[in-house]
Design a binder for this molecule. Sequence first.
Ligand SMILES: *[C@@H]1O[C@H](CO)[C@@H](O)[C@H](O)[C@H]1NC(C)=O
Ligand SMILES: *[C@@H]1O[C@H](CO)[C@@H](O)[C@H](O)[C@H]1NC(C)=O
Ligand SMILES: *[C@@H]1O[C@H](CO)[C@@H](O)[C@H](O)[C@H]1NC(C)=O
Ligand SMILES: *[C@@H]1O[C@H](CO)[C@@H](O)[C@H](O)[C@H]1NC(C)=O
Ligand SMILES: *[C@@H]1O[C@H](CO)[C@@H](O)[C@H](O)[C@H]1NC(C)=O
Ligand SMILES: *[C@@H]1O[C@H](CO)[C@@H](O)[C@H](O)[C@H]1NC(C)=O
Ligand SMILES: *[C@@H]1O[C@H](CO)[C@@H](O)[C@H](O)[C@H]1NC(C)=O
Ligand SMILES: *[C@@H]1O[C@H](CO)[C@@H](O)[C@H](O)[C@H]1NC(C)=O
Ligand SMILES: *[C@@H]1O[C@H](CO)[C@@H](O)[C@H](O)[C@H]1NC(C)=O
Ligand SMILES: *[C@@H]1O[C@H](CO)[C@@H](O)[C@H](O)[C@H]1NC(C)=O
Ligand SMILES: *[C@@H]1O[C@H](CO)[C@@H](O)[C@H](O)[C@H]1NC(C)=O
Ligand SMILES: *[C@@H]1O[C@H](CO)[C@@H](O)[C@H](O)[C@H]1NC(C)=O
Length: 807
Amino acid sequence: MRSRLSPLGLISLLAGSVAASQDLSQYVNAFIGSEGPDGTGYGGGDIFVGGTRPFGVVKLGIDSTAVDWSTAVLNGGWTPDGNVTGFSMMHESGTGGEPKYGLISQMPLTTVDAPVNILDNLTYSQPRVGNDTAKVGYFKTQLKNGVAIELSASRHAGIMNYSFPEGQKHVLVDVSHFLPGSPGDANGQFYTGGEIQIEEDGKAYSGYGTYIGGWNNGASFTVYFWGEFSEKPDEAQAFSGANTSPMPRYHNHDNSPIPQATLGKSQILTSGPMNDRIGLLLSWKDGAASHIISRVGISFISAAKARSYIQKEIPSWKLNDTVTDAVKEWNEDVFNKVQVPLDASANMTRVTLLYSSLYFMHMMPSDRTGENPLWDSAEPFWDDFYTMWDIFRCTVSFYHIFQPAYYESMIRGVINIYKHGGYMPDGRSGNWNGLVQGGSDADNVLADAYVKGLRGAVNWTEGYMAMKKDAEVTPYNTFDPTDLTASTKEGRGALDDWKELGYVSQDHNTRCISRTVEYALNDFAVSQVAKGEMPCDVEKYLNRSANWQNIWDPSVKSLNFTGFLAPKLSNGKFNSSDYNPLLCDGCEWQSITYEGVPWEYSFVIPHDVKTLIKLMGGADTFEDRLDLMFKPNMSVQSLGANGAGITTLINIGNEPDFATPYLYNYINKQSKSVEQSRTLANQYFKDAAYGIPGNSDAGAMNSWLLWQMLGIYPIVTQPVYLLASPWFPDLNMTVNGNSTLRISATGLDEGYYVQSVKINGKQWTKNWFEHGEVMTKGGHIEFELGKEVKAWESGEVPPSPGHVELK
Ligand SMILES: *[C@@H]1O[C@H](CO)[C@@H](O)[C@H](O)[C@H]1NC(C)=O
Ligand SMILES: *[C@@H]1O[C@H](CO)[C@@H](O)[C@H](O)[C@H]1NC(C)=O
Ligand SMILES: *[C@@H]1O[C@H](CO)[C@@H](O)[C@H](O)[C@H]1NC(C)=O
Ligand SMILES: *[C@@H]1O[C@H](CO)[C@@H](O)[C@H](O)[C@H]1NC(C)=O
Ligand SMILES: *[C@@H]1O[C@H](CO)[C@@H](O)[C@H](O)[C@H]1NC(C)=O
Ligand SMILES: *[C@@H]1O[C@H](CO)[C@@H](O)[C@H](O)[C@H]1NC(C)=O
Ligand SMILES: *[C@@H]1O[C@H](CO)[C@@H](O)[C@H](O)[C@H]1NC(C)=O
Ligand SMILES: *[C@@H]1O[C@H](CO)[C@@H](O)[C@H](O)[C@H]1NC(C)=O
Ligand SMILES: *[C@@H]1O[C@H](CO)[C@@H](O)[C@H](O)[C@H]1NC(C)=O
Ligand SMILES: *[C@@H]1O[C@H](CO)[C@@H](O)[C@H](O)[C@H]1NC(C)=O
Ligand SMILES: *[C@@H]1O[C@H](CO)[C@@H](O)[C@H](O)[C@H]1NC(C)=O
Ligand SMILES: *[C@@H]1O[C@H](CO)[C@@H](O)[C@H](O)[C@H]1NC(C)=O
């Protein structure tokens, strides 16, 4: 269900240092990642489709029903095949796990007569007619009941234009509406109460709803709202009804059918001690077709503040004014900062992939500055890190160069969460830390910012204290049903082992191999910030960053290669019974490795590739072993929908492998990095609804593609970028706020292999460069490309700054 409108047209805009006067938002395909391989949401990107702004609080879009719970993915609200249950203000984008949000909704109805029961969405949900339309700042859908809805959003508010056909006209406001999890899942989301008040005779309403759970098992949080209509309804009735949601342990109902709501004249309703469902039914005179416009603001502080956002951000009742404003903001803040040729010679598929990738990596996290209900602080406040585990590898490095102001604000926000909440988040949503999939990866994020020189108003004394807490203090067990063995909320759950044994053991802890690998990089990150903030700690954490070597078993053989990461017991012995590094037992929370098998994790040591090459048997064996990662039909571990049908050992649909295609640079075989990474990009990334290999993971997938298109790849926690091969003959990008990075290439038509490189006019013989060379004051990377494989690089290989040899 998708179609793309013709461009909004040319609009004149002021831009940053890279000038532009064209509406580049027209090149975004807002459906990339909306579907899986079979045209349903299953195996797709779980992206949000609707109205939003860069890092905005509001993502206004539809919520839909599950066609089949065993394959349903309601995470982004929109699905290709579900029926519409409402239009709600808050969504996530690209996430897996159980849905979160889908909050503060309205639903237009043309009848409320039986069998419609306003407490039972399945009696009024609507199939859609034809294809939805989505583009930057605009969404339109047509419901079977004849109502067409167009919508747009500002940062904290949304606007909807309902075109009702002739007949009855109602809008249902259901405070108890949320995106449900699959039945029986321990991490489902629930409504726990609220309040609603009719204002101005029904022309407006205000209140709040409180919600709990969802993917990160979050504590309850409250969202305040103010909604209003262009036309006063002829009748405004508040309703309440028993809460029959199957909340684990607190299911408040027997097996009888969902009851009917009680409709009344009361101007204000609170849900009471049993979390009754509450809402409003607003009705306009039965009559001619007409348009009813609604504006809704939300806030975590108060309904008055929610209202003030409407007044500030959406002062007009004309939907198009907000659309124009949204397009302008996206262009100025995001798209205009990248310029590529758009003349007749341009490859428009690539142009679409470029701007769409930029779009999807600006949906999360959410900038909730001014919206912190938890503590008093002048520091910025951010939510919806979903998760650092996904975005630390290459997404935040893109924010660093491309969105320096937002990025500094994010880092300050993350440190402030440590200061007042105890730990930095790995995941965070609904003002609550969780879920930690591997290490405490905010450490990597802070180190990446620090080594590239980000200082600004960040208090790095506190930043370092936050990192050291991750490295030294085991968090309380949260007894998450996903994994009862240790905290999944924050910090490093297996830190006890790490400090005592120097690895995560298989008998004490879950995910022993992948967490050992990640804790090693986390400690490397700590050592890099310690260099500036606490020099006496450097050696300690650098030593600990080599701990991954403690679980390298040189005797394990697989596919003719020897030496792999292996599960080790707390008694110091490897557990070799039935060990096969091609398998992970599901790669889930209870497995030895998470979202990747030990074969893959054995390559994920970015801080010390030098030792890795040595342990693998030298450069030639390392190369053969890397080659095997890309050979079809080698994978034997089924990853279900997470596997995206991939048959190679490398799985670009999961983040741990993001840097692996580029590792050939470490043996001066850059042409192979180009070949392998380009092949993956061509195979799995498309200008299509099934256009990314699995969940976009808050834009992590999209940022991987962006770097690929630029022809460079960042090595996280180091001020280092590897050179690959660019996709555009010329590209100017605003970096560091004011400067221009230019990446140009000749010979694109002949092939993608690098023949030679110049940086800032100097012939370049290394296949990597440092941040300061082009990212702070700008610079120019010139590629000469061609069809011949050429060994153009002769300089030293990329650094291994965490090089420590353990005895
Ligand atoms: C959607 O609604 C139609 C018509 O009311 C119904 O036949 C269909 O089963 C519904 N589908 C879902 C997924 O709810
Ligand atoms: C819709 O109704 C079903 C069945 O009662 C329920 O499981 C679900 O949570 C409701 N809400 C939404 C938004 O789907
Ligand atoms: C909807 O989109 C699909 C896929 O792009 C297309 O095949 C179909 O013709 C469209 N349907 C309508 C009614 O436009
Ligand atoms: C609402 O949408 C209809 C149909 O597109 C349009 O004619 C009308 O002008 C719109 N109203 C506003 C206020 O945007
Ligand atoms: C809104 O803008 C679109 C695109 O410029 C235009 O086609 C449409 O007519 C406008 N609608 C109204 C109601 O102004
Ligand atoms: C990039 O900037 C240079 C220098 O200003 C300019 O000559 C070139 O045309 C620009 N390229 C693009 C694609 O805008
Ligand atoms: C345009 O780019 C796409 C994606 O890289 C590629 O598949 C296609 O072959 C290119 N088209 C032309 C004409 O080069
Ligand atoms: C930075 O944080 C430390 C520790 O909380 C505090 O002592 C110091 O005053 C802060 N520095 C600034 C400039 O605020
Ligand atoms: C050793 O590994 C096997 C195979 O995975 C497993 O079944 C067993 O529980 C492990 N032993 C210990 C002590 O963890
Ligand atoms: C780091 O490791 C080296 C070599 O094992 C050892 O000599 C040194 O004492 C260690 N330093 C710290 C601070 O643990
Ligand atoms: C391993 O080596 C044997 C003997 O040389 C060979 O037959 C086999 O194909 C190799 N396996 C792989 C996966 O390369
Ligand atoms: C841009 O450069 C000017 C002059 O050097 C400086 O004053 C300004 O702060 C810079 N802006 C950003 C966003 O870096």
